[in-house]
Design a protein. Structure first.
Lengths: 342, 300
C-alpha cells in the first residue's frame, strides 16, 4: 500500500522537493546575510551609528522577511488544495476507487496509509522551511520585537506544522464530501483562508487571559520612539477644547502582544483624564521639568497585553488546536469512507 | 456449499428513489451467473452492494458467507471489475500489475504476466492510452490474478464494440474454466449473457423478476398460442407471464413447474430471449401502465 501511495504521489513529491530545495537554499543565503549584517553592524553598536544601521537593516531585510513569511503562510493552502483535495475526490471522479478498494486492502488501511504518508511529508516540508525562516529572521524578529504579529507568528517555529497537517486533511475531507476535485480545491482554499484570518483576529487573543497593567507616562516616552504620537482620539482634531482628553498612539511593548486599541488614554493619579490643559503645563519641551511635572501628576495609561514570555505557550496551543482539528477531520474521513458511495 | 451470494429483503434507496427493492436471492457456487435488466434496473446497485462499495438501506447480504468487504480476507476472496473498467490512466500496464502484487497477498504474478503477454499488451504502455477492450482486459487480469473465489463483473462489455465484446467473453469463458471460480456478470444485452451464462437473474425496476438455472428455467417455460378464450381458461398450475394478442391469435409465455397438460395444444419450448423478454415486458407494463420502450433496450 505504501508503494501505491508513493507511486501515485511521486511526481508531486519530486516537483515539491525541487521547489522546496530551491527555497531552502535561498533561505540559507538570506539568513546568512541577515545574521552577518546583524553581527557586524548592529550587535553592540551605540548611539547614532546604531540607529542608522538599524534603519538600513530594516530597509534591506524587513520586507523580504515578510514576503517569505507570507509564502510560508501560503504553503499549507497549497498543500490542502493540491495534495488534500484530489486525494479521494480524484479517485471518486475517475472511478478508480472501485478498482483500488477491491484489492485485498481495506479502505480504512488505504486511507490510513495515504493520510499518514502525505501528512508526514507535509510536516517535513513545512517544518524544514519554518525552521530555516525562524533561524534566518531571528535577528529581525528580535530587533523589531514583533513575534506576535500575524505574519510573523504564523510563519515561525511550530505553528506552520499545525497549519500544514490541518490544511491537508481539510482538503481531503472536503474532497471526500464534495467528490469533485476542482470545487473541493476552491472550497478548501476559501475555508483555509477564512480560518487563517479568523484565528489571529478573533480567536488567538483569547487563548489565554491577557494581562492588564499600568504604565507610567514619563518624559522618556517623549524622547524615544516607543510610541507613534500624542493627541486626542476621535475626529474632532485640533478644534477640541481644553478639556479634551489626551492619549498616546501606537504604544509598542517590545516582544509583547498589546491587545488594547492603538489609542491609550492618558490618566492622572486620581484616574481622571489627562487633558490638553494638563498637556500644556507638562509638555513644554524641557525634559527635566516635564519629567517632574508628569511624575507629580502620576500620569499613566492602562494596557492589556500578552507578555513576550507567552510566545512559546501560544505557539504550542495554536499547533495543538490545528492538530486537533486535523484529527477531527480525519475521523470524519474514517467514518465516511466505509459507508459506501453510489 | 456456501452460496456465493445470499440476500434477504435487500433494499437500497437514494433519497426517495429505490435502486433495489426487497431483493431475496440465493446464488449457488460454481456457476456463471448472468444478471440482466434494462439500464437503471438496479444491476450496478446489487453488484456494488455485493462488493461492499455501497451499503444497504435495509435487509441483509452475505457474499461467500461473509459481509461484503468486511476485512482484507473477504476482499481477497472477491474480485470485482467495475462498470467502465476503471484503471489509473497515469500508470502503466506493468504498474497495474505491481499494484495488484502489492495489494493482494494471494497475487498470481505468473498468471498476470502470461495474460498480458497473450493479450499482446505492452507493459510499458500507459493505461490511459489503452483501447476500451484492452482496458477491460487489464481490469479483468487484475481481478483474476488475485485468485478470488468469486469474480464479479459489472457491464464488462458495455463499452466494447461487437468484436471486442466477443473476444472478451470467449476469453472470460476459457479463463473461468482454468481458474475454477464462480462468476457473476451483468449486462443490459441478453445476447452477451446467453453465450456464457448457466444461471440467470432478471432484474427490472429495482426488483428481481426471475432467478434460476438456465436449463431448469427453459424446461419450465412454454410458449402457448391459441384464441383469447383458450388462454383465458388455463388451469391454475399454469402461470401466465405475458400475453400478446393479435386479431387472429394470442400467444403467451407461461410457467408451469409440473408437466404441461396434454390437453393444451401448441405448447412449444421457449427460447431464452422469449422468456426473458416476457418477464421484462411484464415488469415494465406493471411499473408503467403505458407501455414504454424501456424493455426494448434489452435487445438481441
Amino acid at each position: 500500500m505504501i508503494w501505491l501511495a508513493w507511486r501515485q504521489f511521486r511526481i508531486q513529491l519530486l516537483v515539491t522537493l525541487a521547489a522546496i530545495a530551491a527555497l531552502a537554499i535561498y533561505l540559507v543565503f538570506f539568513g546568512r546575510g541577515v545574521h552577518h549584517f546583524y553581527d557586524t553592524q548592529i550587535a553592540g553598536c551605540t548611539g547614532e551609528t546604531c540607529a542608522n544601521a538599524q534603519e538600513v537593516f530594516n530597509d534591506k531585510y524587513f520586507n523580504e522577511s515578510m514576503l517569505i513569511g507570507a509564502a510560508l503562510l501560503f504553503l499549507p493552502a497549497l498543500i490542502g488544495c493540491f495534495w488534500g483535495a484530489p486525494l479521494i475526490a480524484r479517485e471518486l471522479e475517475t472511478g478508480t476507487h472501485r478498482l483500488v478498494w477491491n484489492q485485498s486492502v481495506t479502505r480504512t488501511r488505504w486511507l490510513a496509509v495515504k493520510l499518514g504518508f502525505i501528512a508526514l511529508f507535509s510536516l517535513a516540508v513545512t517544518g524544514l522551511l519554518s525552521l530555516l525562516l525562524s533561524w534566518a529572521a531571528q535577528p529581525i524578529d528580535k530587533l523589531f520585537g514583533s513575534r506576535f504579529g500575524p505574519m510573523t507568528f504564523d510563519s515561525r517555529d511550530i505553528a506552520p506544522l499545525g497549519y500544514a497537517v490541518f490544511a491537508f486533511i481539510l482538503g481531503t475531507t472536503i474532497g471526500l464530501l464534495i467528490r469533485r476535485t476542482l470545487p473541493a480545491m476552491a472550497v478548501t482554499l476559501a475555508i483555509f483562508i477564512a480560518v487563517q484570518i479568523a484565528m489571529p483576529t478573533l480567536i488567538r487573543p483569547h487563548l489565554m487571559s491577557p494581562i492588564t497593567s499600568t504604565v507610567a507616562f514619563t518624559s522618556d516616552f517623549l524622547e524615544n520612539k516607543q510610541i507613534d504620537g500624542i493627541g486626542s482620539s476621535g475626529t474632532s482634531g485640533g478644534s477640541s477644547g481644553d478639556t479634551t482628553p489626551v492619549g498616546i498612539f501606537g504604544y509598542n511593548k517590545p516582544g509583547a502582544w498589546v491587545l488594547s486599541s492603538p489609542f491609550h488614554a492618558l490618566l492622572k493619579a486620581d484616574g481622571s483624564a489627562f487633558t490638553r490643559v494638563d498637556m500644556r503645563s507638562c509638555m513644554t519641551g524641557e525634559q527635566t521639568r516635564d519629567g517632574t511635572c508628569l511624575a507629580s501628576k502620576n500620569v499613566h495609561f492602562n494596557i492589556t497585553y500578552h507578555p513576550a514570555s507567552r510566545y512559546w505557550t501560544f505557539q504550542w496551543i495554536e499547533t495543538a488546536i490545528f492538530l486537533a482539528l486535523a484529527l477531527a477531520l480525519a475521523a470524519v474521513c474514517f467514518w465516511r469512507i466505509p459507508r459506501g458511495f453510489s | 456449499m456456501t452460496p456465493i451470494l445470499e440476500t434477504e429483503g435487500l433494499s437500497k434507496r437514494y433519497g426517495r428513489k429505490p435502486a433495489l427493492s426487497d431483493c431475496t436471492l440465493t446464488l449457488p457456487p460454481g456457476r456463471i451467473v448472468g444478471l440482466v435488466g434494462p439500464n437503471g434496473a438496479g444491476k450496478s446497485t446489487l453488484l456494488g452492494l455485493a462488493c461492499g462499495l455501497i451499503r444497504p438501506t435495509a435487509g441483509s447480504i452475505t457474499v461467500l458467507g461473509e459481509r461484503p468487504a468486511a476485512n482484507a480476507t473477504q476482499l481477497a476472496r472477491v474480485g470485482f471489475v467495475a462498470q467502465d473498467t476503471p484503471v489509473y490512466s497515469g500508470l502503466s500496464v506493468a504498474d497495474h500489475l505491481r499494484l495488484g502484487a502489492r495489494l493482494n497477498r494471494s497475487w498470481d504474478q505468473q498468471l498476470a504476466e502470461q495474460r498480458i503477454k497473450q493479450l499482446g499488451l505492452d507493459p510499458a504502455q500507459r493505461a490511459g492510452r489503452l483501447s476500451g477492450g484492452q482496458r477491460a482486459q487489464l481490469a479483468l487480469t487484475i481481478a483474476a490474478a488475485k485468485r478470488p473465489e468469486l469474480l464479479i463483473f459489472d457491464e464488462p462489455v458495455a463499452s466494447l464494440d461487437p468484436l471486442a465484446r466477443r473476444a472478451f467473453l470467449r476469453n472470460l469463458l476459457e479463463f473461468v474454466a482454468e481458474l475454477d471460480v464462480s462468476v457473476v456478470l451483468s449486462s443490459h444485452v441478453l445476447s452477451d449473457l446467453e453465450q456464457v451464462c448457466d444461471y440467470l437473474v432478471v432484474l427490472v425496476a429495482s426488483r428481481v423478476q426471475l432467478a434460476g438455472d438456465v436449463q431448469d428455467l427453459l424446461a419450465e417455460h412454454y410458449l402457448l398460442s391459441g384464441s383469447r378464450a383458450d388462454l383465458a381458461g388455463l388451469p391454475a398450475t399454469i402461470e401466465v407471464i405475458q400475453v400478446e394478442h393479435t386479431p387472429l391469435r394470442s400467444t403467451a409465455v407461461v410457467r408451469c413447474t409440473t408437466p404441461i397438460p396434454r390437453a393444451i395444444l401448441d405448447a412449444e419450448p421457449v427460447s431464452l430471449e422469449q422468456m426473458t423478454m416476457a418477464y421484462l415486458t411484464r415488469a415494465v407494463e406493471m411499473s408503467e401502465p403505458s407501455f414504454s420502450t424501456k424493455a426494448l433496450e434489452v435487445q438481441r
